[in-house]
Design a protein around this ligand. Structure first.
Ligand code: NAG
Ligand code: NAG
Length: 592
């Protein structure tokens, strides 16, 4: 493998940056030049990933929607109806799963090279079709173009790149150690495809949520049936075709990836359909119903159930940096992120300055419908009901004494626009601090010691991500260590998501199981522990005293052996071990 060339250039780049401390733009330029040179050399030697020629051509099916209830796709930023589609009925869901199973049986036999080839085509298709993917995502959710580029495209490409490069490492068999007693054995773990993965994703990233789960499922040798939300209907058809065209062009069954739409009934049908694993991303309340439904077939589940992430700014933090990152952590995607910075804890000493800076910046935010062109900082919200919830929580907090530094009301524009809001004088007796807001609201909560920050951070039921800001790396890490969460980021927000080698997921009511990283791929795999003889032909025969009929002295031999192997290793313990060894040998001799 020549992959290391890329790494070499990366290191070189790091060294140059350190030595010259040039500004970011020149870094980026230099990186780009070195990267292109590195990849050029690599590709020249190895060539692009190849797999077998398409064996057959598959016709793409024309039935993209079900025969169930009619659902309207509304653009939340303009209130315009885009289209009407029909939900999948439970019978149709079962039929999709059946077909996905047929497709998977063949796919499971493909080599990693073949899977890499499909993923590479897919990545290139995503890069080519950025405009359309972004447009559809904006149209479905009201997000801005920048949010679409970052959240839908960049994250997806990086996930695919990571799988192409590192996926196989996570899934190849892994050797495991054996105990002294069984030194003639050799052991390892093997990973096999599971079958059909049932995936239920929310609307906040209509493309990325689908693509991210689908590529991981595919790479691990599975097929995927993915239920998208009733709030991301208009993009479903295009996204499905994107996958299916790439698969069909390589001669694989396009039904390896199926997208279905519908409401609760459709999701419930998928959960009970007998799929081999379920990945559910949504709320704790629905997560419980998913787990309940999955229990009928004992289908294993991964649950990612949202968060209420703390964002802790200690008094020695770089304030410019912390405010800038806090704004992104709160307002990106209009706050509709499971890892949104939902609770900003700011040390009392820097509180006035922090509030002044964020209030000023938020007041200058441009908000609008990116889908019609134009550059905006914040878009609209996506779900009518969620906008009501956000406003309800904000108004209740104001009643309870929160101070409005910005926003706190709906915008007059048509569409689901909620003004970017900053509330200070917020504390834990308010509902808004304990419930997931999922909207463009910054809650500033003061604290005066690290202990207090940790106590407050730990006091919600959610525990997904966390951010800690400090000028002292050791102190920041100590706070990060004590905050109960599935993920911690020091002096930044959310960047872990672009590091696809890391598992993603939470604890407490934020759920369990992981996607992303080796852990995520293994969650989509059946594991098998394998044991064989270390030296072929040398069988490890069971000792005579364990054979039927069990001899009288058998148990005493085992007892002495246990003392010998597992007894304490202090000086007197070693003496005891020796005595037990002698006793054991004596018994073994009498056995004959
Ligand atoms: C929360 O803030 C309100 C308003 O300032 C105050 O009345 C209340 O006592 C505070 N509660 C706690 C637990 O600090
Ligand atoms: C986090 O805080 C909770 C509640 O205060 C506490 O029960 C828990 O022990 C804390 N965890 C750690 C690791 O400090």
């Amino acid at each position: 493998m020549l992959e290391w060339l890329g790494d070499l250039f990366g290191l070189l780049w790091g060294a140059v940056v350190l030595v010259l401390s040039v500004d970011f733009l020149s870094d980026l330029l230099l990186l780009s030049v070195l990267y292109v040179v590195g990849r050029y050399v690599y590709v020249a030697f190895r060539g692009n990933i190849q797999s077998g020629k398409p064996a057959r051509s598959f016709k793409l099916s024309s039935e993209e929607f079900g025969a169930g209830k009619e659902l309207d796709a509304i653009n939340p930023a303009t209130n315009e109806k885009i289209t009407t589609v029909r939900a999948f009925t439970p019978d149709e869901v079962n039929e999709c799963v059946r077909r996905a199973r047929v497709a998977q049986a063949e796919w499971a036999e493909t080599s990693f090279d073949e899977r890499r080839a499909v993923l590479q085509d897919l990545m290139h298709a995503v890069v080519e079709q950025q405009d359309t993917i972004c447009h559809l995502s904006m149209q479905d959710t009201g997000k801005t173009r920048m949010e679409a580029e970052y959240g839908e495209i960049l994250t997806t490409c990086e996930k695919i790149r990571h799988l192409i490069r590192n996926g196989e490492d996570a899934l190849k068999s892994e050797s495991r150690g054996v105990p002294l007693l069984l030194f003639l054995k050799k052991a390892w773990v093997e990973y096999y495809p599971m079958g059909v993965i049932g995936i239920i994703v929310p609307w906040n990233y209509p493309f990325h949520n689908v693509a991210s789960a689908a590529v991981a499922a595919l790479f691990a040798g599975n097929s995927a049936v993915i239920k998208v939300s009733e709030c991301s209907l208009s993009s479903k058809d295009y996204f499905e075709k994107l996958f299916r065209k790439v698969l069909a062009a390589r001669g694989h069954n396009p039904e390896l990836v199926t997208l279905i739409v519908g409401e609760g009934e459709t999701g419930a049908a998928l959960v009970k359909s007998g799929v081999d694993k379920i990945l559910f991303i949504g709320s704790p309340a629905v997560g419980k119903r998913v787990m309940e439904g999955a229990s009928a077939n004992l289908t294993p589940v991964i649950l990612e159930l949202g968060g209420k992430d703390p964002f802790i700014v200690l008094e020695d933090a770089d304030l410019d940096h912390a405010t800038e990152v806090a704004l992104r952590g709160v307002f990106v995607n209009c706050g509709q992120n499971c890892i949104a910075a939902e609770r900003i804890y700011v040390h009392n000493k820097i509180l006035p300055k922090f509030e002044e800076v964020v209030a000023k910046k938020v007041a200058a935010f441009r908000q609008g419908a990116s889908v019609n062109g134009g550059c905006f900082d914040v878009g609209s919200m996506t779900m009518p009901r969620q906008l009501e919830i956000v406003d309800e929580l904000v108004q209740a907090a104001i009643q309870d004494g929160a101070k409005v530094l910005a926003g706190a009301k709906r915008d007059e524009k048509p569409g689901l626009f909620y003004r970017p809001t900053v509330l200070s004088n917020v504390n834990h007796s308010m509902r808004i601090v304990n419930e997931e807001v999922f909207g463009p609201v910054m809650l500033i909560i003061p604290f005066s010691s690290d202990d207090e920050a940790v106590r407050l951070a730990n006091s919600t039921e959610y525990a997904l991500g966390s951010s800690i800001f400090s000028g002292n790396a050791a102190r920041a890490h100590e706070v990060a260590r004590r905050v109960v969460a599935g993920m911690a980021t020091i002096n930044d927000f959310g960047v872990g998501y672009l590091i696809q080698s890391l598992p993603f997921g939470g604890t407490k009511i934020s759920g369990f199981g992981r996607f992303g990283g080796a852990e995520g791929l293994r969650e989509f795999s059946r594991q098998k522990s394998v044991v064989t003889d270390r030296f072929p032909g040398v069988l490890t025969k069971a000792p005579a005293f364990t054979k039927y009929p069990i001899p009288e002295n058998g148990p005493a031999i085992v007892k002495n052996a246990i003392h010998f192997f597992y007894g304490p290793e202090s000086p007197s313990g070693l003496w005891a071990k020796a005595t037990h060894l002698c006793a054991m040998l004596q018994l073994l001799i009498t056995l004959k």
